[in-house]
Write a protein that binds this ligand. Structure first.
Ligand code: IDP
Ligand code: MG
Length: 153
């Protein structure tokens, strides 16, 4: 089953929205296979946001991501990467569709609640960036046969 990496950003943690976002992901049927709170630093953020390091907003982004600890989650499901990106919504909370996490919970293009891997390849890299192998738990929930039909599994 495909895995993806989510970070609940300081905008989520500080505003007391961890439960709200975890609830949405759980209710959708994503299986939580790793979850922990961590304090990010400049080094890991330069790696994680390598595609943005040269952008003028990077210092503000990095400071925002270090403002509180974040919650890192590894989620599992069929097409988990695409499903979580859809639940997440587009980058700017003011433009994200209502019904999405960002569209419902954020007013910002930077303080936008959640990070979600954008491809299965990046998900693998990002899961390794934030979790040691022994922190990922590959169990299957008892309700699996009610979450998917037999021919999907
Ligand atoms: P994504 O989170 O929707 O995948 P990316 O382009 O990968 O968007 O950007 C990573 C993060 O960098 C965004 O979630 C947001 O927090 C921040 N960011 C992206 N573009 C801007 C911008 O133009 N201004 C300020 N922050 C930005
Ligand atoms: Mg991205």
């Amino acid at each position: 089953m495909e895995k993806t990496l989510v970070l609940l950003k300081p905008s989520c943690v500080d505003r007391g929205l961890i439960g709200e976002v975890v609830n949405r992901l759980e209710k959708k049927g994503l299986i939580i296979c790793g979850m922990k709170m961590i304090q990010l630093d400049e080094k890991i953020l330069r790696e994680h946001y390598a595609h943005l390091v040269d952008r003028p907003f990077f210092p503000v982004l990095a400071a925002g991501m270090m403002a509180t600890p974040v919650v890192a989650m590894c989620l599992k499901g069929l097409d988990a990467v695409e499903v979580v990106r859809k639940l997440t919504g587009s980058t700017n909370g003011r433009k994200a569709d209502p019904g999405t996490i960002r569209g419902d919970l954020s007013m910002s293009g930077s303080q936008n609640i959640i990070h979600a891997s954008d491809s299965p390849e990046n998900a693998e890299i990002e899961i390794k960036r934030f979790f040691r192998p022994e922190e990922i738990f590959d169990y299957m929930p008892a309700y699996l046969k009610f979450l998917y039909s037999e021919d999907e599994l």
